[in-house]
Design a protein around this ligand. Structure first.
Ligand SMILES: Nc1ncnc2c1ncn2[C@@H]1O[C@H](COP(=O)(O)OP(=O)(O)OP(=O)(O)O)[C@@H](O)[C@H]1O
Ligand SMILES: [Mg+2]
Length: 431
């Protein structure tokens, strides 16, 4: 630049003043492409999500003859993506030519200024002008190169902002306890109590009001009641998937709000109605909670869960690769049994079974509940079941209705009361 100015101050000034114009042109266009790229990545996300939903639920789509509708919706999203993508591509491919065009003008202006000086005053020679034009070319080159990557940068920034919007989501509040300080019971015996607990998912609709329970260690507690009465909700509160809005729940005298969620959850083994298996071998799936378990331990857990003989019959046995989706060769009940084997291996001091045996035949269910009873000797377990025959032997049965516990007692006592439980029982066995 200094050399350029030393050749001729005037032409040098023309080049230096005019070249930044190309940067203005580039930034003007890049502002437009940023919003276009943002829109494009949003629609790409929408399209991906929609395809994923439709493909993973293809059976349902087919069962409701929804393929045509799904195709139409896909076409509509894809069309929006096309329009927006074209716009983004058009503006982004405009940036570089626009800067080149402006720089071309600068080049021409330098040439004209040089020619004008040479003719009018004769202060510059034609040789100087031509060397000058070569410098001017060198000078504007980096501007062209920068504008060439502006489009890529904008596209990357637009994509990154979507990723950051996910990263920046504030996680579930960990409560006052999740700092360095936490209280943990010295020994987990399984005393679980709820005092004046209230809870609602939506503030206007209270679900649980003033719930009180006191579970002595080593009990098998069954929770029964009609659909939607709040059984799963109670389990969610015990595990702190939701926090109570009033009152407190404690385990062995310690308010669960003062424990870390991870510590609390590691005290419980849990099997739910919705089974969860991941892509991997059966062995890995069973050993999910205890990766260090030996093969013997895994097999003994599988035997307790009455799934061992089925696994043995598979060509690859415990090394059979399965996946959570319906494409794998195992039935819904067998999936539940695998999840049961998983908690049987984990041997946690407390257990939660929410409709864990709902897909399993009654004979196997009875055998499994016996195995659970043996395993949970001395530990506390909570069992939610619609089939009352499974929970007949529970130490304590909590009967729920509309978020309240309306009756408590064991099977015999509750039948004697002739209340909700007796009604449920009689209805199940009169059919
Ligand atoms: N995430 C949620 N947000 C808002 N309301 C919910 C939510 N989950 C459940 N509910 C409502 O809370 C009530 C209790 O639901 P819950 O899942 O505890 O029932 P449940 O007793 O487990 O029933 P089921 O026997 O069908 O499993 C229901 O009326 C339900 O509509
Ligand atoms: Mg439920």
């Amino acid at each position: 630049m200094a050399f350029m100015l030393s050749q001729s101050l005037i032409i040098g000034a023309v080049v230096i003043v005019l070249t930044p114009l190309s940067v203005f042109a580039a930034s003007f266009i890049s502002k437009r492409i940023h919003s276009a790229f943002k829109e494009q990545s949003k629609i790409t996300g929408e399209l991906g999500g929609y395809s994923d939903e439709m493909i993973s639920n293809r059976k349902l789509t087919a069962a409701f003859a929804y393929e045509h509708e799904a195709g139409k919706k896909f076409y509509e999203i894809n069309k929006r993506l096309k329009i927006c993508g074209e716009k983004a591509q058009f503006y982004s491919s405009l940036t570089n030519p626009a800067t080149r065009f402006v720089n071309g003008l600068v080049y021409a202006a330098a040439g004209v200024a040089g020619a004008f000086l040479a003719v009018s005053s004769g202060t510059v020679s034609p040789g100087q002008i031509s060397s000058f034009l070569a410098y001017a070319n060198q000078y504007t080159k980096p501007f062209n190169e920068v504008s060439g990557v502006i489009a890529q940068l904008q596209s990357a920034i637009a994509s990154a902002s979507r990723v950051f919007s996910v990263i920046d989501v504030i996680p579930e509040t960990d409560g006052e306890s999740d700092n360095d300080y936490e209280q943990i019971p010295d020994e987990i015996t399984g005393v679980v109590s709820a005092e004046h607990v209230s809870f609602s998912y939506v503030t206007e609709k209270p679900l649980i009001r003033d719930l009180n329970i006191e579970i002595s260690p080593g009990s098998r507690v069954a929770i029964v009641g009609p659909t939607g009465c709040g059984k799963t909700t109670l389990i969610n509160l015990l595990m702190r998937f939701y926090d109570v809005t009033g009152g407190k729940i404690s385990v062995d005298g310690v308010d669960i709000k003062n424990m870390k969620r991870s510590s609390l959850r590691s005290m419980y083994g849990m099997v739910l109605q919705d089974t969860w298996l991941f892509d991997g071998t059966i062995r890995e799936n069973i050993a999910y909670g205890c990766p260090d378990a030996s093969d013997e331990e895994i097999e003994s857990a599988a035997k307790d869960a009455h799934i061992h003989s089925f696994i043995r019959r598979l060509p690859d046995g415990y090394d059979t690769v399965i996946s959570g989706d319906e494409s794998s060769q195992i039935s819904a009940g067998q999936k539940q049994l695998l999840c049961i084997a998983r908690v049987m291996l984990a041997k946690t001091p407390m257990l939660i079974l929410d409709e864990a045996t709902s897909s399993i035949d009654t004979m196997t269910e009875v055998r499994i509940s016996r195995a659970f009873a043996a395993m949970m000797k001395g530990g506390t377990s909570f069992i939610v079941a619609h089939r009352l025959s499974t929970i007949k032997n529970a130490d304590l049965i909590l009967v729920m209705r509309d978020g309240d516990i309306v009756e408590t007692g064991n099977h015999g006592e509750l039948l004697g009361k002739r209340g909700d439980y007796a009604n449920l029982w009689n209805r199940q066995f009169s059919e």
